[in-house]
Design a protein around this ligand. Structure first.
Ligand SMILES: Cc1cc2nc3c(=O)[nH]c(=O)nc-3n(C[C@H](O)[C@H](O)[C@H](O)COP(=O)(O)OP(=O)(O)OC[C@H]3O[C@@H](n4cnc5c(N)ncnc54)[C@H](O)[C@@H]3O)c2cc1C
Length: 372
């Protein structure tokens, strides 16, 4: 284990021939960037991990045979995790050994292992290397390795906003690095940004911009992301993410409509509204409501028959359509709804059917207009 500290792959297994083959396969692909180490006993593997920890070396991946003589797989995984909490852990099992696969799946469900690798792995380009790449990708993300970085964030890892911020950045595939303010790099970055660290997070962007305690929206703007949806890109906007809203969004997207789901009210195309409490105070006065604030839709808009008052379309309101044409309401927010999850889900899907009918009627009308 001489030489500079390239991150380590540690392989542990009692089958010497199998271990050797795996080591050679990994060495061929990853040898330039990683040290590939192998041990034939679990205890010796743990001893190597202890030495690496003492020397401050990084362990990227530990691959261990699921069968061990002197300790259980669980014990080995637990000790590995104690020594190198961020190392990814994969377990090797024979192909079609279903009891072994079940035991590994159990370990994965409990967060003790990250992956099953099956032997034999030929062809390696299908069975081995893509899985190893997946493990490495997850390790790189977890350890925030230096590299292309859009924003460096100086903040305590356990700050109340930390989870949401990381989650949003991950979900938008924004490469970032996180530095606690009491680390050398954190202090250095704060100094460069002219900050004393009393207000966090401090964000230092790839182009030199600095923001102090920004909102998520301000971060998105600094990264040049679009924060306001462009109504021209969407056929349907769904407001609300309860059962009705999610069902509507799912139906709409799966049926080929360009769908935008929002938790705010800035969009201006077709709306489908959803909500357990009516909470309809923000709506424009033009949307007809009952005395409790629930939205009137379809036939409820004109109980005596005919078209509703101030209705601007030549057709009658479609099922679930509100008093403003092309604005639909589904779920608890609607007057007369059943106030159950299943009913809300059903209404969300039905509202999308009405949207299709509206588009179809528009297309038919345009065709007629072209002919005349
Ligand atoms: C305590 C309780 C227990 C219940 N138990 C059951 C049960 O056991 N079985 C059952 O079937 N039903 C149950 N229900 C009813 C069920 O929860 C509702 O019928 C169902 O959630 C309705 O779904 P929805 O999508 O219409 O509304 P909601 O679930 O209320 O979702 C509306 C969503 O819209 C969002 N929203 C509201 N206003 C805006 C706005 N202006 N902009 C953006 N977003 C907005 C809200 O934040 C929310 O996420 C229960 C309800 C309650 C309150």
């Amino acid at each position: 284990m001489n030489g500079p500290s390239k991150p380590v792959f540690l392989l542990v297994g009692e089958d010497r021939a199998g271990l050797g083959a795996l080591r050679r396969a990994l060495q061929r692909r990853l040898g330039a960037d990683y040290q590939i180490l192998a041990e034939t006993e679990a205890e010796r593997g743990l001893s190597v991990l202890r030495q690496l920890r003492e020397r401050g070396e990084q362990v990227a991946v530990v691959i261990a045979d699921q069968r061990m003589q002197r300790m259980t797989m669980e014990q080995f995984l637990e000790r590995t995790h104690e020594l190198h909490p961020l190392a990814r852990r994969a377990l090797l099992a024979e192909a079609f050994d279903y009891p072994a696969e079940q035991a590994i799946s159990h370990a994965m469900a409990l967060g003790r292992a990250d992956m099953i690798l099956v032997r034999p792995w030929d062809p390696a380009d299908h069975w081995l290397y893509p899985r190893i790449s997946f493990l490495l990708d997850s390790w790189v993300q977890a350890t925030e390795q230096p590299g292309v970085c859009a924003v460096r964030i100086i903040a305590q890892p356990g700050a109340p906003y930390a989870h949401e911020l990381r989650d949003r950045l991950h979900r938008n595939a924004i490469p970032f690095q996180w530095f606690p303010p009491d680390t050398r790099q954190g202090r250095q970055l704060l100094e460069q940004a002219g900050q004393d660290g009393t207000q966090l997070p401090v964000c230092v962007y790839f182009d030199g911009q600095v923001q102090v305690a920004p909102t998520v929206r301000q971060i998105a703007e600094a990264l040049g992301l679009r924060c306001r949806p462009d109504a021209r890109h969407y056929d349907v906007t769904v407001i609300g993410a309860g059962p009705a809203g999610l069902s509507a969004a799912l139906s709409s997207a799966s049926e080929g409509l360009a769908t935008h789901r929002t938790e705010n009210v800035e969009a201006s195309a077709l709306f489908i509204l959803a909500g357990a409490e009516p909470r309809t105070g923000w709506l424009p006065g033009t949307l007809a409501r009952d005395e409790d604030g629930f939205l009137l839709t379809g036939p409820d808009l004109a109980p005596a028959g005919g078209l509703p008052a101030r209705w601007t379309m030549p057709r009658s309101p479609l099922p679930l359509e509100t008093s403003v044409p092309t604005v639909f309401a589904a779920g608890d927010v609607r007057h007369g709804s059943t106030k159950r999850v299943a009913a809300a889900v059903g209404e969300g899907a039905c509202a999308v059917q009405s949207v299709h009918r509206h588009f179809q009627q528009l297309a038919d009308a345009q065709q007629v207009a072209r002919r005349t």
